[in-house]
Design a protein around this ligand. Sequence first.
Ligand code: GAR
Length: 206
Amino acid sequence: MMKSVRVAIFASGTGSNAEALIKKMQSLGGSIEFVLSDKPTAGVLAKAHALDTKTYVIEKFQDRAHHEQEVLKLLVQHRIDWVLLAGYMRLLSADFLQSLADRHNGHPQVVNIHPSLLPAYPGKDSLERAFADKVEQSGVTLHLVDEGMDTGAVLKQVAQSLKGFNAFNDFKASIHRLEHQIYTEFLEQIVTGQIATQFFKETIEC
Ligand code: GAR
């Protein structure tokens, strides 16, 4: 039998991507190990609870290294293979990513979804900025995470024309639908082994 993949989601916001991922995992007969947020009031926490998914909150500390140490402890405790960022509005340090790579045969296995065709519109409010600029085409990028702001290697990009979207909210909803589709397809690929997983291996005490 195929070994099951252990996935955690990190999110700071309303959690529509997290919700889609949790539901997809459940439809595949598994469960997301936990959802972590840095915001105690984030909507994602209620969405996860409603879907019987464990949640943790680790708020921002003064000391970034200390914060990341606490996050790492959780990932080690749950032997997490993949971390899926779904609107997690914090950068991860090179040291943190290396700590994960050390446990996954050299691969951190952290992925992010972003609502633009990177490298266009990285960071916050990407949709708002693209819409205000009246760009003809926007889209979604799924990428590996490095220590930069939305700079890691691209796994998949899908374009979305802005033509026909007069209202920002319609455009936003359409991009979100695209995100959910791309992210849940990716999740299915890792769960079914179409994308290979480097399984968690503890090498050092954290
Ligand atoms: C999503 O659009 C995601 O792509 C974006 O935050 C939103 C979260 O929505 N992430 C970034 O901008 C990362 N730089 P959600 O909470 O409804 O999933």
